[in-house]
Design a protein around this ligand. Structure first.
Ligand code: FAD
Ligand code: NAP
Length: 473
């Protein structure tokens, strides 16, 4: 609700904080100790929060610690390689990083190299934005079967996340079933069904390109537990897959019973998405010459995994919820990709982490103390991004949320709700192999040049030791 209330367009935001900063500058200049803020995680939430804090508090230094030697989180390791325009946000992040009061400390992990307590001792305020790097599970029999892999790992594999390079997904069969109908599932369906020539010039990893070139996948099912009116994918992503050359989309007519009658009463974005599905259904040809098929299926909830098929319960929708019935349907499939969402984790027992919902409990980004009867704020500790909201939302949503949390942090500093009078030393990294922003720019240059030699936007380095070497460590 708070996030919804403070959605700002970036330009308007910049004008507002510029004004705010001008007004506040004189009061901030009086206080002696430099303010020190530490942000954990160099994804969009971390960068947008740093941008706000640096503009609003002229006497504040911001350190961003990141577990990988490279920045940008899911913008680098999540966003699909055939969506390069989405990655333009990196230009804004780079401008923030070039501020002399910003320090990038790459290759340092919360939980391994330091604890939250270490950071709280060494900074006036700590903002956690380390995202969600685990999987939600379906909790059904045989979920660990070797014909099932997580969508998160598959995305990490084609996008070059260190450690994911040896996934070796088996693409030798003709059918893949994606469980879940979010945009991650649609991204994967598109990558599996695209002609590899369309991917060759992107920053997709060489090994993924090679595996996709040899892929025998022809049919990709996209299975949702609810109906077309609750589909989690968005119109732009659906339109893109409907336009793929040599791919026909096959809907099941029975999934759309009674939908045409109510489509006009739907709210606008849902109405447009439903109209597009109905249009595509009406244009569906019984015999198609396309070699590949995209097959969305609705009202099927995963029930059990078997060697060469997956069983789903047929569901009924009651008050927008999928209720499994006793009826089931089996789908022959060679590979199953579980795409039902990412999951955050906690690195510290002291922190109020809601295991069920998968986020740090907070109010307007201020972390709430564990076991407190009234909402008691853990002063000086903040959370933003997917770690504070759960793993949903696009970069724009994450940006708006991060700006709001950064505003809360700056308000608390200015209203002296957190002590900023005592000097804080910041993190001592003298005994660590830390990648600085300068180190990252060396890796960046190396990757772009290597990519150029292959006719690609970039060739990502996936080996951490090699990254460190290129960064000069
Ligand atoms: P993240 O981007 O995950 O950043 C978290 C950072 O914290 C990472 O850099 C991580 O390495 C670091 N970290 C993790 N653990 C630690 C630790 N222990 N210590 C230190 N650092 C740590 N949105 C769009 O608008 N367009 C798209 O096309 C799009 N595509 C997407 C594709 C996929 C597959 C996914 C999953 C999401 C996509 N999104 C897209 C959504 C977008 O990526 C998110 O909204 C956004 O990245 C969330 O930002 P974040 O900063 O909360 O998390
Ligand atoms: P998501 O949008 O939340 O979709 C998750 C899907 O999994 C839904 O279809 C959900 O169904 C289903 N699901 C959840 N639990 C399930 C279970 N136990 N059994 C069966 N199905 C289950 O998540 P996501 O696809 O991981 O995407 C995360 C966020 O990143 C989204 O906000 C997305 O828009 C964004 N993103 C954007 C882009 C883009 O802009 N191109 C690309 C990728 C990701 P229910 O709806 O029934 O719960």
């Amino acid at each position: 609700m708070f996030f919804a209330n403070c959605i700002l367009k970036q330009n308007k935001f910049n004008a507002i904080i510029q004004k705010t900063c001008e007004l506040k500058f004189s009061t901030n200049a009086i206080s002696a100790a430099r303010k020190k803020v530490c942000i954990v995680g160099a994804g969009p939430a971390g960068f947008y929060a740093a941008q706000y804090i640096l503009k609003r508090l002229p006497d504040c230094d911001v350190d961003v610690v990141e577990k990988l030697p490279v920045p940008f989180g899911l913008v680098r390791f999540g966003v699909a390689p055939d969506h390069p325009e989405v990655k333009n946000v990196i230009n804004t992040f780079t401008k923030t990083a070039e501020n002399p009061r910003f320090r990038f400390l790459g290759n340092l992990s919360l939980g391994k190299d330091f604890s939250v307590k270490d950071l709280r001792d060494k900074y006036h305020a700590v903002l956690l934005t380390y995202g969600a790097d685990e999987d939600r599970r379906m909790n059904i029999p045989n979920e660990n079967s070797k014909n099932l892999i997580s969508a998160r790992k598959f995305v990490a594999w084609y996008n070059g996340l260190p450690g994911a390079e040896n996934l070796n997904p088996d693409l030798s069969g003709d059918t893949v079933t994606l469980v879940g109908q979010g945009n991650v599932a649609v991204d994967i369906a598109r990558i599996l069904l695209s002609n590899v020539d369309a991917l060759k010039s992107t920053d997709i990893t060489d090994y993924a390109l090679e595996a996709l070139s040899a892929s025998k996948v022809k049919n990709v099912y996209l299975v949702g537990r609810r109906g077309p009116l609750q589909a989690a994918f968005t119109i732009k992503e659906l339109r893109e897959i409907l336009k793929l050359p040599n791919v026909s989309t096959v809907w099941r007519k029975s999934d759309f019973r009674r939908i045409p009658e109510i489509v006009d009463s739907l709210a606008r974005p849902r109405k447009r998405l439903t109209e597009l599905m109905l249009k595509s259904l009406s244009e569906q040809k019984s015999s198609s010459t396309s070699q590949k098929k995209f097959l969305p299926i609705f009202q099927r909830s995963p029930k059990e995994i078997h060697d060469n098929f997956i069983e789903f319960s047929v569901t009924e929708i009651k008050e927008n919820t999928a209720i499994p019935t006793n009826v089931s349907e089996k789908f022959q499939t060679d590979l199953i990709l579980r795409s039902i969402g990412y999951k955050s984790r906690s690195f510290d027992e002291e922190i109020n982490f809601d295991e069920k919902k998968g986020y740090i409990v907070n109010k307007d980004g201020r972390v709430l103390k564990r076991n407190s009867q009234h909402e008691s704020i853990d002063k000086g500790l903040y959370v933003a991004g997917w770690l504070g909201t759960g793993p949903t939302g696009v970069i724009l949503t994450t940006m708006n949320g991060a700006f709001c949390v950064a505003k809360a942090l700056c308000d608390d500093v200015e209203q002296k709700l957190i002590d900023t009078q005592t000097e804080k030393p910041g993190l001592d990294t003298s005994d660590k192999h830390v990648v600085s922003w300068d180190g990252w720019t060396k890796i960046d240059k190396f990757e772009v040049e290597l990519g150029k030699s292959k006719g690609k936007l970039r060739e990502k380095i996936v080996d951490i030791e090699k990254m460190l070497k290129i960064a000069g460590l």
